[in-house]
Write a protein that binds this ligand. Sequence first.
Ligand code: BES
Ligand code: ZN
Length: 929
Amino acid sequence: FSPLFIGQFNQHNPLRSGYTFDEVSFAVFSHTIQKENRFRTRFIFYSIVVVVIAYFLSQYPFFKMADTGKRQVLPTNVRPTHYDLTFTPDLKSFTFEGTETVSLDVKQNTKTITLNVNEIQVKSAKLSNLSLKTNQSQSAIDISYDNQKQTVSLTFPEELPTGSKAALHLEFTGILNDQMCGFYRSSYEDKSGNTKYLATTQFEATDARRAFPSWDEPAIKATFDITLIVPSELTALSNMNVISENPHEGGKKCVKFATTPIMSTYLIAFIVGDLAYVETSTTGLHNGGKPILIRVYATKGNEQLGQLALNVAADVLEYFAEVFGIPYPLPKCDMVAIPDFEAGAMENWGLITYRTTAILFDPKASDAKFKQRIAYTVSHELAHQWFGNLVTMEWWDHLWLNEGFATWVGYLAVDKIFPDWDIWTQFVMEGFQRGLQLDALKSSHPIEVPIFDAISYYKGASVIRMLSNFIGENVFLAGIRRYLKRHEYSNASTDDLWKALTEESGIDVGQFMTGWTKVVGYPVLTVTEPSHDTINICQSRFLSTGKLSADEDTTHWWVPLGIKLGTSSNDDFGSKVLTTKEIDLKLPAGAFEFYKLNSRVTGVFRVNYTPERLAKLGHAAKKGLLDTSDRVGLVADAGALAVSGYAKTSGFLSLINEFDNEDKYIVWMEINSRITDLISVWYEQPEPIYQGLLAFQRHLVSKLVAKLGWEYPENEDYLITMLRTLVIKIAGRAKNPEFELFTKKNDDSALHPNIRGAVYEIVLSNGGGVNEFDAILKIYRETSIVDQKITALTGLGFAQQEDLIKRALEFSLSNEVKTQDIIYSLSGLQFNRKSRRALWNFVKENWEIIYNRYSKSLSLFGLTIKYSTDSFSSEADIKDIEDFFSNKDTKDFLRPLQQSLENVRVNTAWLARDKKDVEEWLRANGYLQ
Ligand code: BES
Ligand code: ZN
């Protein structure tokens, strides 16, 4: 359950380019400063030049607004206060007509009004203003578009006077596109096999302007009246409740929705389709006594599958009303399953949209792992109803605040509602590692930039978790309530949050958090033992490419050490903080036997112990001295340190060899993910070595496989269910002979839904051919269970024979696979060592098609690039990838490309460094014949 689908801003749009004005000017400025020491006079000269240039630049609207810190990019001469919008979508011609009346406050005398549009034709523009001489509406004398800036400027004959109020009336048309952004169409087959369409919206970050001309910036909030004119048999939804529904000419109806609260454009939504729902109400106990009406909508016939999400939402909404201290602000909350959806889900206020797999669940036929994904996604999006929607980030460089916080509090809610999932330990294993993995690349970036990726979500959530843990969760949440109340129906920045938390905690939160959000990277703490009672702790930036040179290594993070001691007198060690490069710490008597840093892995750093200490910790884990998250952290750090060359891979292998009594799913997930990475990088090594690694992996789970069997008892502990699926998959992947019997049950209905993905993989990787491939394809085509469908799609990627690999590749671009689902095809094909090269060749050969289909969707495109390139591990591959892109315009996908290339470099260096080491370890431990 991860944001598989998040990407970088579209660089076509100058508003979304990777660099902000501040970053550029900071670079210029710091460069100037270095020279200053040597050439003082030159500095003064440059300063004057910079000031003069800055002055002239500041005359241009873009830079001027950057100066105010608000980064508004539209002129500030008028401000909208209210929009009255009517849409008439045509689900046959895939176009729509719109009319719009915007109430404006005039801030400066002007004849020109500029607002955002994208692929919208303005048919007419009229302006009325009581202060005008004519006192009548005037029509625009010029309508001119700037496609680059995505704006339209409307010029009128008479000037609007400052301080007056005006009404702008527009008529426009647009297309119901199939690009999953703006106002778009989505297609599906109904129960009788007919293709049907619905129309829906996706506006974040900057696509409201594709649906209606607007001041499409998060800080320009207004109220909205929305009206939809639609075929009378269809359901029409928007952010607010329906206030009237009247027949309209041509077999249509006119549906009017209540006025929204003041809100940002990116959170507006409307949907038209043949939908049905399940509904419930919350208790209202924590919501000022007011029950909240919740519905889950799906295409007709699928609505019952919304029951799980509905139940979760009922609990979570009440919980959030309580923790945020503000009742849910709208009269209803609808959640809708959309057949074509680019992201995972979107928090539109009162009308949340989801991918089908992120909301629909069949308790009898779905894979249990989706239950957790759905519960978390629902919690995350509901958190935004307050944090994001009621209080909105001022500009997109604070989006981490939205996403990082919703991620953290989404886990908090899941933990509250499903305590036995141990969701925080899962966070340490999943989200935390993803954030740290990406941030260990030189091509990473600070948290505070307008990019949606694992840094904003997971490093963001991790630093929030670290802070909350340090000041205490209750104090932290009280600070959040203070922040929300202070900024409700308005906008705020990261500093505003620090301010509220500082007031609440009495600790200067901004002082130490700034280093975490404005600086790229995080530290590794190297722990040495200079004497028998003292440890030395030294921090430096952790990079997957290995140690930094001294001049690169300049940042000192504020690091809560979280030292755990085995001795009962735990004095003040737990709260010690590292604020300098290095410290010596004298441990209390007896503590040398057992100590561990980063207790429960709440700090955002890795720990590099000496090999002897690591071995001791391995024994401590075995003796039950470490709790689950500490064991996860230990394995994760050891794995990451081996990849980057801080430690030998053999040390890591010896450590996990100690885990043969381990019985926790989450620890096994971490072990498996690290060993899978190793096997993946070693994929072209001589067969005995590759098989030796598989044998080791099989050995690790052999006890568990025997113990857990392959039946799923009803009402079993969730984590045991998950563990069984995992070990079956590992054992099968590692060709455990016991499983041959099992794989013979190659009949879909005989297989438990949890196990099908593992079986497809096992069957195809162990001699399965065209019959098995076709059987999986048939399941893909025929299943009505959305999660099973994508599981089968990924399964096809495990084909071993050349002709079947070719079929799987071609299938991924066929019209049988929705654009949104390509990532599931590619993830199997990338994982499969037999198809990895074929996948990259296929992408190269079909570049035009792929580029045209995906380059507008940065999240899907970024993943396509990642999956097709980033698991290679040789110099030749690096060169091949670089050569291929050398004559291409890569600006749209530069960051995913850089990250992928850096990953290949990391893999290559790791393999070269530890090839022998791993071989020797395998031999010494009996895994090599
Ligand atoms: N606001 C995002 C979705 C989004 C991000 C839309 C960027 C457009 C651009 C939403 O709240 C979100 O985070 N969705 C996640 C799922 C979530 C459970 C982590 C996603 O779509 O992956
Ligand atoms: Zn979100």
